[in-house]
Each structure stands twice: as C-alpha cells, then as structure tokens.
Design a protein around this ligand. Structure first.
Ligand SMILES: O=C(NC1CCCCC1)[C@H](C1CCCCC1)n1c(-c2ccc(-c3nnn[nH]3)cc2)nc2ccccc21
Length: 233
C-alpha cells in the first residue's frame, strides 16, 4: 500500500483551491428551480443564460485564487478563461446533476433537462458525459482540482507563454494524482480515468456553438458577458 505524503506546498495548494471552489459555488438554485416547475423552452433558455453568466463570474473569481494564475501574462489569463469557460460550465452541470438528492429528484431533473428545449442529438453526448462523471464518485477536492486543471490547459488558442501554464498545471496534476491514490486506493487507474473525462469534456464543448443554435427559441438572446466568453451574437 503506497504511503501518500503531501509536501507543505501541496497541502497549501489543496487548501487554497478547495476553499476557493467551495466559496465560489454556484447557488444550487438551478436544480431547485427545475425541480419546482416545468418551464417553456424560452424560459429554459433564459435560465441557462442566467446560470451560465453567473457561472462565468464565479469562474473568474475562482481562477484568481489559483496560485500563480495572476502572475501569468494578462492576455494569457484571458485566453485560459475563454478557453475553459464552456468546459467548466459542463463540469459544474455534471456535478449539479450528480449531487445526492432525495429519492426521485434526479429522475425529475433528468426529465426536465431532456425536455428543456435542447435538441435531441446533443442530449445523448451531454448525458453520457454527466453519467461518466457521476460514475467516478469524485470527492470535492478532486472536483476542485479537475476544474483547476481544465483552466490551466496550456494549449488553449492564443496562449503565448505555454510553458508557464504547463508549470502551474503540472503542480496541480501531481497533487490530483496523489489525491486519487489517497481517496481511491483500490483503483490504481482512477487518476487516468479522471483525466480521460477531460478529453470527453473537450469533445462536448466542441458541440457547444451548435447546441446553443439548436434551441427551439425565437430569439437567442445572450448577456454581454456570454457574448464575450461564448463567441456568440
Ligand atoms: O442551467 C443549467 N446549467 C448550469 C449549471 C450550473 C453551472 C452553469 C450552467 C442547465 C439547465 C438550464 C435550464 C434548462 C435545463 C438545463 N443544465 C445543463 C445544460 C447546460 C448547458 C446546455 C447547453 N445548451 N446549449 N449550450 N449549452 C444545456 C443544458 N445541464 C444541467 C445539469 C444539471 C442541472 C442543470 C443543467
């Protein structure tokens, strides 16, 4: 049985990232709202844009707490945020769906999402991703580190100083690897499976522009922040 040792730096990094992840939680009101009522496609699209807008604001605040992020070139900081916003949104959505809920609530939530207005062809890949995240039963620290690794992806478009991002990401990857051994000692491949989800996440986010366009709403209205970050309108 491998003895897991965390350096003082790693313990500090874990605490900072977990605290930030907890602090910048999306209020779970989207699930509460969806469980309360059935909405029209128009209302659902509006709810999505509202939730996504507040999630981007939360993402920016969370990112500021990643040690070293604010020392990166400013334009690279923007490129990393832009490049990871959609993936972070789907990660958050997966966590919202996989949260422990009273009996029968998850089924209602799934039904409401199926019927929300998003086109059928995207429901399958989206739910495949949500299910594959759910099967991992990630602890909170792993969720926080996975989100951080997604943000610190060096090969996003327009990133100039990729090695600087790589150095930050490597620290978080090393920490996540140890956390995986600690929390899932019986599954030596767990860390590799976790990273495999990031590939699925990137694929899902490639569909995003089409997914948005596929909503059967008369007017695809976005907030200024979403226009910036989602490259729409
Ligand atoms: O509000 C939501 N997600 C927020 C969760 C917290 C972070 C910010 C996004 C949407 C609901 C909107 C209202 C209609 C039902 C879905 N959502 C999604 C989701 C996400 C993107 C598209 C989409 N479509 N086109 N581009 N992206 C569609 C659905 N999956 C969810 C799984 C669990 C809980 C909510 C879920």
């Amino acid at each position: 049985k491998e003895k897991i040792e965390f350096t003082t730096e790693q313990q500090a990094l874990m605490r900072v990232i977990t605290d930030a992840y907890n602090k910048h939680q999306i209020p779970q009101d989207v699930t509460k709202k969806l469980l309360q009522d059935q909405y029209s496609t128009e209302e659902n699209f509006l709810l999505l844009t509202e939730m996504a807008t507040s999630q981007v604001q939360v993402l920016v605040e969370f990112t500021k707490n990643i040690p070293g992020f604010l020392s990166l070139d400013r334009e690279d900081q923007i490129a990393l945020l832009k490049g990871s916003a959609v993936e972070a949104m789907f990660l958050r959505s997966a966590q919202a769906l996989n949260k422990k809920m009273p009996i029968g609530h998850t089924e209602v939530l799934e039904e409401r999402i199926h019927k929300s207005g998003i086109s059928e062809e995207f429901i399958k890949p989206m739910f495949n991703f949500y299910k594959s995240i759910g099967e991992l039963h990630m602890v909170l620290e792993e969720q926080a580190l996975l989100t951080t690794i997604t943000i610190l992806t060096p090969d996003r478009p327009y990133v100039k100083d990729q090695p600087a991002v790589e150095r930050l990401q490597e620290n978080v990857l090393d920490l996540l690897r140890k956390m995986c051994v600690l929390h899932h000692p019986q599954e030596p491949q767990y860390f590799a499976r976790l990273l495999g989800r990031l590939t699925e996440l990137r694929t899902l986010s490639h569909y995003h522009a089409e997914m948005l366009a596929s909503w059967k709403v008369n007017n695809h209205k976005f907030t200024p922040l979403l226009c910036e970050i989602w490259d729409v309108q």
